[in-house]
Design a protein around this ligand. Sequence first.
Ligand code: ADP
Ligand code: ADP
Length: 222
Amino acid sequence: MSLKRALIFLGPPGAGKGTQAKQIAKNCGIPHLSTGDMFRDAISRGTELGKQVKPIMGRGELVPDDLVMKMVEERLSRPDCAQGFVFDGFPRTLGQAAQLDRILEERGFSKPLVIDLAVSEDKLMRRLTGRWTCSLGGEIYNVYDAPPKRPGICDVDGGKLVQRLDDRPEVVKERLAAYERQTKPLTDYYREKGVLETIDAGAGVGEVNRALRQVLNGDKRS
Ligand code: ADP
Ligand code: ADP
């Protein structure tokens, strides 16, 4: 990826944004910025922000833009973000996208590359209700499609695997509705800017990763 560029992963909850974004960030040597992870971290540390967002996330609604933007601007001002970064789960509203455009321009970044991970809703349910995450390092598993070697234990660091509270079916429904209402319009927003690449993310992790690399290498033969 060229220098001073942001990569953005769009897609509904459970599409595989975290799974793919982590790998790409690691390979490119740039930070992986998941606003969801940042909020969960604030909740587990019991900060003021954590207290504010906990009930909102518990209902499956989006956190208000002003809280999201304050946290993101602070994160982007750190030195490790100087050359580029991978966003996972941000932006999620047109307001956030417009503010991000301004921030990137102010900091001399080129236009972002936006990857939309497209998956059908029946697959999303299976992915979300089967998701388990390492409580230490954040490694992502799926009891159906990407199970750990030992049940409940992370392959990488031996951490305990936990299920997110908002992956319960009743909250998932609300999160999918919030996606349709507030986040899906971003695909048109970025398509009109000519920076959107859509990937069929219904295939397995490896296949999606290959398609993604082809896009990143500017090779559109897939
Ligand atoms: P998101 O960040 O978009 O919510 P995750 O990366 O956390 O999505 O993935 C959601 C769940 O689906 C996890 O359990 C993960 O292991 C699983 N998963 C991710 N990508 C795939 C894939 N291509 N095929 C099957 N399962 C996947
Ligand atoms: P997923 O992609 O699986 O839905 P995330 O970890 O990205 O999960 O988000 C979990 C929750 O965190 C969201 O349902 C929402 O409440 C909150 N959240 C994360 N990122 C944002 C954002 N950019 N704007 C508003 N709310 C957010």
